[in-house]
Design a protein around this ligand. Structure first.
Ligand code: EPU
Length: 302
């Protein structure tokens, strides 16, 4: 999809939108899969309601992209443009135990920045790729913690209301890899309240989590993290492994040899390959265990 109408282009320029025409989504996703479209980078949060109005006026569908680390995007020319927040400077402002963080900030860098200022709690998230906004939207978690536990306030674009709103932490429900945000809501910024902890102690926790992750997950390979959510009381990776499916592939889409709930792009996998592999594995697990695995990865297919 191209944002090419002259009046639209003038409107986008007036809103300070940086248009990157013909962007390859394969370069913006950790799976390295995805076709082309125009990328619209937002430099001012306040421009979003007007931007959405402008796109709708010109019948241009859109999607919001965070860090692209939990996302499987379709192949070829995509039927929507992509909106993404540009990183502001600074991305994080600390105020006592509160960290005010822009949604575009890198999650790992946020964890280490806070740690250096003796603010802990998020050690488990250290190796989770992506932005703070993406982590917030899906309530990312690992090693017994989840980001939602620390959220005190969220600034977001509410798609249903067509305006920017601030929600208090207690107005949002955070469950396992799920939140009460609407599907089209766009995370803009968050205030986290983090417990005080000496840097050295946080660093020790970070090292332990890093070590666990390195020993069980295919970190150097292109993936979207876990493909499926864990069903209540079970591990999807364990079930897929028990069926002997590590290494199963469709084209270059492959079940990781290291962790069976990670599906990797071992070369030039297409979205079609990856979707076929996902559906094949889901079917086999359902036949064997009577459990229908739910995607954790978000699929944007045309
Ligand atoms: N296991 C296997 N074979 C495998 C993978 C796992 O037998 O190929 C076994 C492990 O030996 C272990 C059990 O399954 O006994 C659980 O494995 P693991 O500790 O790796 O945890 P997981 O349930 O597979 C979850 C999260 C990860 C998170 C880790 C650590 C989900 C879907 N996955 O994985 O999150 O990093 O715990 O806390 O909740 C993600 O969400 O993308 C993600 C990677």
């Amino acid at each position: 999809m191209r944002a090419e109408h002259p009046k639209l282009e003038a409107g986008l320029a007036a809103l300070g939108i940086d248009v990157r025409s013909g962007t390859f989504l394969s370069e913006l996703t950790s799976l390295g899969i995805g076709g082309t479209t125009d990328l619209l980078r937002i430099t001012k949060h306040d421009s979003i309601p007007e931007l959405i109005g402008l796109l709708e006026h010109h019948d241009i569908p859109y999607k919001f992209l965070g860090g692209g680390s939990n996302l499987l995007v379709g192949d070829g020319e995509l039927p929507w443009v992509i909106l993404q927040l540009a990183k502001p400077d600074p991305e994080i402002v600390l105020e006592g135990n509160f960290a005010h963080v822009d949604a575009a900030a890198d999650l790992g860098r946020t964890v280490t920045f806070c740690a250096k200022h003796d603010l802990g709690g998020m050690e488990g998230l250290i190796g989770v790729p992506g932005t703070v906004g993406g982590a917030l939207r899906m309530n990312a978690g690992a090693y017994g913690m989840q980001i939602g536990s620390y959220v005190r306030e969220v600034k977001l674009y509410r798609a249903a209301e067509r305006k920017i709103e601030i929600l208090k932490g207690n107005q949002i429900s955070f469950e396992y890899r799920h939140t009460s945000f609407g599907p089209d809501d766009m995370m803009l910024a968050v205030t986290l309240e983090l417990p005080s902890k000496p840097f050295k102690e946080i660093l020790q926790g970070i090292r332990i989590c890093n070590e666990k992750r390195r020993s069980s997950q295919p970190l150097g390979q292109k993936s979207a993290g876990c493909i499926f959510k864990n069903p209540p009381g079970a591990s999807a990776g364990h079930m897929i492994d028990e069926l002997g499916l590590k290494g199963l592939s469709v084209g270059d889409a492959k079940v990781s040899d290291r962790h069976a709930n990670f599906f990797v792009n071992a070369g030039r996998a297409s979205a079609k390959d990856m979707l076929t592999l996902i559906s094949d594995v889901r079917g086999r697990v359902e036949n064997a265990f009577g459990v229908k695995l739910e995607n954790e990865v978000v699929v944007w297919n045309a």
